[in-house]
Design a binder for this molecule. Structure first.
Ligand code: GLN
Length: 206
């Protein structure tokens, strides 16, 4: 099989949903390629793009640390690996995270994306919701955002652009080839973000 290899960090969270969205995105784009689960160092080395799924960021951080893959992930992302972090995945990418209720969490993060996130920014499970957003990416008009115990972005470092806002909360950002969303695009029915990621990994088409 030719085309790009997109890795989905396969330790915890909604991994299957991203794999399905990637298949759909490739078929809509008419490109070949494959997806692989990232669980160890060999996987980190072979991928052309990465998705860090939503789930529970403290668990994803702890498991990544046990697997010994954090420094390698950080290095590849710093060197331009196209990366999409959704919800807990965006938290993992952030330089700094705090929780709306408990404050400082001292959790393990990758730290490649220069933002501070507030975890559980919209409340706990009962406050999960859906909302249509304006997403500032090529080809995107309105995007259906699914928010599940979602974070928001409290501050942006230099070189980080806001991609979407919900009321006064920043809910999607981009820093070079890194994209973070507070919502779950893999549950939205739209594959725009997955297509965009594949495009970043394979800028010359098929
Ligand atoms: N609240 C979770 C966390 O802080 C994120 C939830 C999600 O990924 N849907 O890790």
């Amino acid at each position: 099989m030719s085309g790009t290899i997109v890795g989905v960090l396969g330790l915890q969270g909604d991994i299957e949903e991203h794999l399905a969205a990637l298949d759909m995105a490739r078929s809509r784009l008419g490109v070949e390629g494959e997806s692989t689960l990232v669980k160890g160092l060999e996987d980190v080395k072979k991928i052309h793009a990465l998705i860090i799924p939503g789930g529970e960021s403290t668990v994803i951080g702890a498991l990544s640390s046990i697997k010994g893959i954090l420094p390698a992930l950080r290095e590849r992302i710093d060197n331009g690996l196209p990366t999409l972090g959704t919800c807990a995945g965006m938290i993992m990418l952030a330089k700094k995270a705090q929780d709306r209720v408990v404050g400082e969490t001292n959790q393990t993060l990758i730290g490649a994306l220069d933002i501070t996130v507030e975890r559980n920014s919209f409340g706990r499970q009962a406050e999960s919701f859906e909302a249509d957003l304006k997403l500032n990416l090529p080809g995107s008009g309105s995007f259906h955002g699914v928010f599940i115990r979602a974070p928001s972005v409290k501050s942006l470092g230099e070189g980080v652009e806001e991609l979407a806002r919900l009321d006064n909360n920043i809910v999607a950002v981009q820093q070079g080839r890194i994209i973070g969303t507070a919502f779950h695009p893999e549950l939205s029915g739209s594959t725009l973000l997955h297509e965009y990621l594949i495009g970043l990994a394979n800028p010359y088409g098929k």
